[in-house]
Design a binder for this molecule. Structure first.
Ligand SMILES: O=C(O)CCC(=O)C(=O)O
Ligand SMILES: [Fe+2]
Length: 312
């Protein structure tokens, strides 16, 4: 009990408070029989999501606009340079990208979170599908992968000398066209028309995984757009201000949504404190498409975010 008193005195930033608030908390529940404790289990504590703005019912607090090609997008007057395109990726595009992100993209020479410990792993998806228990475990624990020049996490720099595969053309083209579709709504300081991305970072989130509040500040031009594609499960995305003391906005992102951060929005803390369970957009596997069923099954409990950037 004294411990709780300590915790409540600790000064946490507004961003950290929000992360805590949206993370999944668990409570131990004991089972009694004739007054004696028989066992216990962990119960998920419900999270109050009433303050979360939802990209699929954006009535509150977003400014709604339409791209030149007729698609809706949302902005926030408080965060110039932040643009949300709900359902910007069609179902088949989502399927195609999820499949690539689980099969081809993590293949060498791309680095993943497993590279340091296990070296370059080839054929992880196929090995896991064949039932190899260690491959299945490694696939469950796949957390990130870098495309284009390798990112050195210790020194926080891009390494242009180590061997790499260029950013896949389909990601480059997709990001450029998404960015072009809203370029009129980007701050004037953002050179969107000659933006040519060269790297991508893929984050894989399973239930319970989080991405702590951060700024992406190692790219050369820190006002240049980052185009982030959400696939699979929905999640709570926190968009803060330039310091962690500012109260962040919580937004529920769904599979198929695209977020663009450019100009001043690049200076804002952001993170993902919570991956939410299955939602309609991630459970539409066509049972006739036998090959896709395995991917659908995996993506049902996974969120994948591909953020496409210009590093150099
Ligand atoms: O997963 C997301 O929505 C955000 C990812 C992100 O912030 C990053 O990769 O830098
Ligand atoms: Fe980020």
């Amino acid at each position: 009990m004294y411990q709780n008193d300590e915790v409540s005195k600790e000064v946490r930033s507004a961003f950290r408070e929000a992360e805590k608030r949206y993370q999944q908390h668990w409570q131990q529940s004991f089972r009694y029989r004739k007054g004696r404790r028989q066992g216990s289990k962990l119960l998920a504590v419900p999270t109050d999501l009433s303050d979360v703005r939802d990209s699929r019912s954006p009535a509150q607090n977003f400014t709604k606009s339409i791209t030149a090609d007729g698609r809706p997008f949302l902005t926030l007057p408080s965060h110039p340079g932040f643009i949300l395109l709900p359902e910007a990726l069609g179902k088949s595009k989502q399927r195609e990208l999820a499949k690539l992100a689980l099969t081809q993209y993590p293949e060498p020479p791309a680095n993943t979170n497993h590279t340091r410990q296990f070296g370059k792993l080839t054929g992880l998806w196929d090995a896991a599908q064949k039932g190899g228990p260690s491959a299945q475990k490694l696939l469950q624990k796949l957390r990130w992968c870098t495309l284009g020049p390798q990112f050195n996490w210790t020194e926080r720099v891009y390494d242009w000398h180590a061997p790499y595969r260029p950013l896949p053309m389909e990601l480059r083209d997709l990001a450029i066209s998404l960015c072009a579709s809203v370029s009129g709504s980007l701050p004037e300081t953002v050179a969107a028309s000659d933006w040519d991305p060269d790297v991508a970072l893929i984050n894989y989130y399973r239930s319970g995984d989080t991405l702590g509040g951060h700024k992406d500040d190692v790219e050369q031009d820190q006002a240049a757009p980052i185009v982030a594609l959400s696939l699979g499960c929905s999640a709570i995305f926190l968009l803060g201000g330039q310091t962690k003391e500012e109260q962040p906005i919580a937004i529920r992102l769904h599979g198929g949504d695209v977020v663009i951060m450019a100009g001043p929005a690049r200076m804002c803390y952001h993170g993902v404190p919570r991956v939410l369970g299955d939602d309609a957009s991630s459970s539409d596997a066509n049972p006739e498409d036998a090959e896709y069923v395995a991917f659908a099954e995996h993506v049902r409990s996974t969120r994948i975010n591909i953020s496409i950037r210009k590093a150099g």
